[in-house]
Design a protein around this ligand. Structure first.
Ligand code: SAH
Ligand code: SF4
Ligand code: F3S
Length: 437
């Protein structure tokens, strides 16, 4: 039997979403077809995340579920993405999981061969080699319908923050040729996209020959027809003033930035290998706000890193209060195999304490988010319509403003992909609400 109906499920970050789009192109260029439902597929692939333990657990649960649903009927199951590198052996050797093939983030061009090996020769197959060169710049992703196009400009990470598995799962930093990126952006405009989000594990560490991230942003911003440029995820160490100035000058670069703080205590930041101090981080946020007055700033924070005392956690609370983030993703520290933190420091903050710190920090941040959102009431925002009715109510439309905040407004004869002026009339912690003007 020629197994050729494919279904892919994606977990984790935007880079994985993007990679799934690459995999779809690689496979449909061969004789594979994509199906809409997992149950119709001969081959199910899970594009996995490994950043925290619960991400891993979710995948194991899902594999058992798929096997159970099929009740012994044949289906090939493949694991892609960030679990591939670290968990290849455990995944392949577990007879209850019955994994058929595994491909790491740099091996997607091998997928047709890997699938052939298992479906034709009945042999489990894998390739988890990490490459110093693969950027998939020759593959055009099969993009989902929508108003935003993801575009990976670099891959991998050389920072080795002590808690983080990404340098192990995705290998070394490498960037794409800026001219090749610009060509892709021009193509996106022709296809009707007006918003592009540049992606990289360390997007602002981009470097190709003499071009750095600011040079690339300038080139992308010059592309005619592109109205909104975003980028994620940056590292605070690569924010030169010239980048902030460019963001301020160019109307089509969104006034929004993600600045992952991780922790507020200098001792913990040092143990995390983050390369900046509390003062340097606060300085950077202040500088960004000075150069780009209306900029929205979001962040990532880890609570309960090994050895984090109550006082050190309170340092994080202080930095959060001082930074006035628009939004924060707060995570409990989760030890990851191979990382420096896991080898060197015992995970000694209890689960209860991590939960308490998460709740405390969330309370502080939610109050700030709400207040910041309420401050927009009365303003008029340009909103890119994403959805013709919002999840909660069919009478509402959903879009985003320049700062990437969700804006909800009453339904009308508007289309997704259009821009509309909305007067903000109310706000919650997570969304702005308004009416078209
Ligand atoms: N490259 C990005 C981060 C990608 S991972 C950066 O440097 O900011 C996304 C977020 O997951 C991180 O910012 C961090 O807050 C969180 N994270 C990573 N490893 C973690 C771990 N071991 N435990 C808990 N959270 C973690
Ligand atoms: Fe992980 Fe740090 Fe690299 Fe971000 S910069 S991906 S947190 S190692
Ligand atoms: Fe997860 Fe890999 Fe992204 S670990 S967060 S899918 S880079």
């Amino acid at each position: 039997m020629q197994a050729n109906k494919i279904f892919i499920e994606t977990y984790g970050c935007q880079m994985n979403e993007y990679d799934t789009e690459l995999v779809k192109t690689i496979l449909t260029q061969q004789d594979y077809t994509l199906v809409k439902e997992e149950r119709q597929a001969d081959i199910v692939m899970l594009n996995t995340c490994s950043v925290r333990e619960n991400a891993n657990r979710k995948i194991y649960g899902r594999i058992h579920e798929i096997r159970h649903e099929r009740q012994g009927k044949p289906v090939l199951i493949g694991i892609l993405g960030c679990m591939a590198t670290n968990f290849r052996k455990a995944l392949l050797d577990d007879p209850h999981l019955g994994i058929d093939f595994i491909a790491g983030p740099d091996s997607y061009k091998q997928l047709p061969t890997l699938i052939h090996e298992v479906s034709q020769q009945g042999q489990k197959s894998f390739d988890v080699t990490l490459s110093e060169f693969e950027t998939y710049s020759d593959i055009t992703p099969t993009r989902k319908d929508g108003v935003n196009a993801w575009l990976a400009i670099m891959r991998g990470c050389n920072n080795f923050c002590s808690f983080c598995v990404v340098p192990y799962t995705r290998g070394r930093e490498r960037s794409r040729d800026p001219h090749n990126i610009v060509q892709e952006v021009e193509k996106l405009v022709q296809e009707g996209f007006t918003q592009v989000t540049l992606l990289g594990q360390n997007v602002n560490s981009y470097r190709y020959e003499d071009s750095d991230f600011t040079d690339l942003m300038k080139m992308v911003s010059d592309v005619k027809g592109i109205k909104r440029i975003r980028y994620t995820s940056p590292h605070p160490k690569d924010f030169p003033i010239k980048l902030l100035r460019l963001m301020a000058e160019r109307p089509n670069i969104c006034k929004q930035v993600h600045m992952p703080l991780q922790a507020g205590s200098n001792r913990i930041l040092d143990k995390m290998n983050r390369t900046y101090t509390q003062a340097e981080f606060l300085n950077l946020v202040a500088q960004a706000r000075e150069i780009i007055p209306n900029i929205a700033v979001s962040t990532d924070i880890i609570v309960g890193f090994p050895g984090e005392t109550d006082e050190e956690f309170e340092d994080t609370v202080k930095v959060v209060e001082a930074s006035q983030f628009d939004f924060a993703f707060i995570f409990k520290y989760s030890p990851r195999q191979n990382t420096l933190a896991d080898r060197k420091y015992p995970d000694d903050v209890s689960a209860e304490e991590k939960a308490r710190r998460t709740i405390r920090l969330n309370d502080v941040q939610r109050a700030i988010s709400h207040q910041k959102n309420l401050a927009h009431v009365g303003e008029i925002h340009e909103v890119l319509i994403e959805q013709e009715s919002s999840k909660k109510s069919p009478d509402d439309f959903k879009g985003r403003n320049d700062a990437n905040k969700i804006v909800i407004f009453p339904a009308g004869p508007y289309k997704a992909g259009a821009y509309i002026s909305i007067k903000i009339t109310d706000a919650t912690t997570n969304v702005l609400k308004g009416i078209p003007v």
